[in-house]
Write a new protein. Structure first.
Length: 74
């Protein structure tokens, strides 16, 4: 029997999370919600991914925002 996970982040990549959040909120709102330079100074998916992969606290904040986003029903 296969065990089901209740982790909302299971099976989703950081890139997919970031793309969905940026698509919904936009870079300006992302910067307001999570104050990091990669969202305010020449923002891009690639530069943000590079920073988030190196910075655990920032990645955690993005993942928390995503969980809140999907729990509200997008």
């Amino acid at each position: 029997m296969t065990e089901q996970t209740t982790d909302p982040l299971h099976g989703i990549t950081l890139k997919a999370i970031l793309e969905q959040l940026v698509s919904h909120y936009g870079w300006e709102e992302m910067d307001k919600r999570i104050r990091i330079n990669c969202f305010s100074v020449n923002p891009s998916i690639n530069s943000s991914l590079k920073f988030l992969r190196k910075t655990p606290w920032a990645r955690t904040k993005v993942e928390e925002l995503y969980v809140e986003f999907i729990r509200k029903g997008k």
